[in-house]
Design a protein around this ligand. Structure first.
Ligand code: ATP
Length: 350
């Protein structure tokens, strides 16, 4: 049983192509996170799955059934969008109960389900209020409760946590994780927050310009990005990438020199800030760069070096009291931490 987008293109009336031949398939029961820069097509993909928009080309299937033209009410999909539209004339209780009322769920069960989901989302004490009497974060939780209360096959969430304060967001993240495991339903979740994506997703779909760039488990997206774009997009601070030349197994770019396992010629080398090591003065695998800026965000320190080719950022938990801007620092790129990308196309080489 799978959800699939097959060659789905969405072109709007003004000519904007929001999705460009999207192919994406995932199993029911997964927690799929759509991640990508603004305008990459995440919301459009959600709206198409929900039936709020029709694709210009392609097919969408759930469990082998073509649902491309099926009206939203016939799709077994609960939705929470960023602008969580609640019924302003109904109480919080009635807002949450609405999907159960239209499905004619018996009163006792309805009451139990509404209270259960309200407790889970910590809105149990606001059930009598109107949406206008709630804070933005509370209203957003009501929208999540309303989407989950009838336990749909797929729960679509477009930035559902964006209005919450940092602590509540963390709490909700844990709750969503627990909820997903308990309900065994499919969650499709849009976020800009990489940490959220990493912790929630069974698989992350990275979109760019309406196309799927990589669809993988969070660990694979982080450790084996399929191209330079994903490498630079995932991880804060971003992966360092530098264009240079390999000669006799040695890479050189600006002031950087390191041994590589890569054929001779031009290459884009990548290394994560936390994987850069400190070299011994005079050792053959290190090189020296002049420190530009030192920023400490306990327990980490960011060391930023500018060279002719761009900027290199190091993240370390080492005590950096002895380092000051303007001073040379010996660095080392461990061979096992290196990523290689085609200098022209940006595709991963190995
Ligand atoms: P964000 O992270 O900013 O929410 P997104 O990845 O969700 O972005 P979409 O909202 O899917 O991106 O938009 C994809 C592209 O389609 C954008 O260029 C957007 O401007 C365009 N777009 C979205 N809706 C319409 C519309 N109704 N008419 C024309 N263009 C649209």
């Amino acid at each position: 049983m799978a959800v699939s987008f097959a060659d789905v293109t969405k072109r709007f009336a003004d000519g904007t192509t929001a999705l460009d031949g999207l192919n994406l398939e995932f199993e029911l029961g997964e927690f799929v996170v759509l991640l990508g820069p603004s305008g990459s097509g995440k919301t459009t993909a959600c709206r198409l799955l929900a039936g709020l928009e029709m694709p210009t080309e392609g097919r969408i299937e759930i469990g082998g059934t073509d649902i491309t033209g099926l009206p939203p009410r016939f799709r077994d999909i609960g939705m929470v969008f960023q602008n969580y539209a609640l019924y302003s004339h109904k109480s919080v209780y009635e807002n949450i109960a609405y999907p159960l009322r239209i499905r004619k769920i018996a009163a006792a069960e309805l009451d139990q389900r509404v209270k259960q989901v309200a407790d889970l989302l910590q809105i149990g004490s606001y059930l009598h209020r109107r949406p206008s009497q709630l804070s933005g974060g509370q209203a957003q939780r009501v929208a999540v409760a309303r989407a989950l209360v009838w336990e749909p096959t797929i729960c679509l969430m477009d930035e559902p946590l964006s209005n919450l304060d940092a602590l509540l967001r963390l709490h909700m993240r844990t709750e969503l994780n627990r909820l997903h495991k308990r309900l065994n339903r499919t969650f499709v979740f849009v976020t800009h927050d990489q940490e959220e994506a990493m912790t929630l997703a069974t698989r992350i779909a990275v979109l760019k310009d309406g196309k799927l760039v990589q669809f993988d488990e969070p660990r694979a997206i982080y450790r084996q990005p399929s191209n330079r774009f994903v490498a630079e997009f995932m991880g804060r601070p971003a992966m360092n990438t530098m264009d240079g030349m390999v000669e006799d197994g040695v890479f050189r770019a600006g002031g950087v020199t390191c041994k590589v396992e890569c054929r001779d010629g031009p290459v884009t080398l990548g290394i994560r800030p936390e994987q850069i090591g400190f070299g011994q003065i005079g050792s053959e695998d290190g090189f020296s760069l002049t420190l530009d800026v030192k920023e400490t965000v306990e327990p980490d320190t960011l060391l930023i070096f500018a060279n002719d080719e761009g900027t290199i950022t190091v993240r370390t938990q080492r005590d950096c009291d002895d380092l000051a801007a303007g001073q040379p620092v010996n660095l080392r790129f461990p061979m096992e931490a290196l990523h290689y990308f085609d200098a022209r196309t940006g595709e991963r080489l190995r």
